[in-house]
Design a protein around this ligand. Structure first.
Ligand code: HEC
Length: 121
């Protein structure tokens, strides 16, 4: 009796745990990626996007590039935004925006996080 109760209890705990993981994990990771992306975008040693772009929440932006607003309207396909951030030369071969991917200024995982953040703007 006691053993079967323990088994039921353990099974219930495992089920609850699995439920929590499958529900919580995607929400946490997207929110985490947006937060990380913001840090990378704002960091002078990483994206330094504020040197050229006004971005909501960023201090003392430059204005060499356009303000980053309405990104979902500007880039209905998220992957096009990723291409722009990875290598601006694809759209404008004389772009002064650094080619973050090819010049390995940002790692591909970092670019993905920056894309997640910029896409919230
Ligand atoms: C040295 C200046 C500079 C830096 C640094 C820079 N950009 Fe840019 N960016 C530009 C310019 C200029 C443009 C306008 C298009 C062009 O000339 O290529 C642009 C265009 C863009 C666009 C397209 C905007 C639109 O509405 O079409 C996005 C998105 C963008 N930049 C994101 C970023 C992100 C994210 C970072 C940081 C990881 C960054 N940029 C860093 C100069 C810069």
């Amino acid at each position: 009796m006691r053993l079967s109760a323990r088994i039921v209890n353990t099974a219930a705990s495992v089920a609850v745990l699995i439920g929590c993981l499958s529900l919580a994990a995607p929400a946490v990771s997207v929110a985490g990626a947006v937060e990380d992306g913001k840090k990378i975008a704002f960091s002078k040693k990483k994206g330094n996007c504020l040197a050229c772009h006004a971005i909501k929440g960023g201090k003392l932006p430059g204005n060499i590039g356009p303000p980053l607003v309405a990104m979902k309207a500007r880039f209905p396909v998220k992957n096009d935004l990723k291409k722009q951030i990875t290598d601006a030369r694809v759209k404008n071969k004389h772009s002064i925006m650094p080619p973050f991917g090819p010049h390995q200024i940002l790692k591909s995982g970092e670019i993905d996080k920056v894309v997640e953040f910029i896409y919230t703007l």
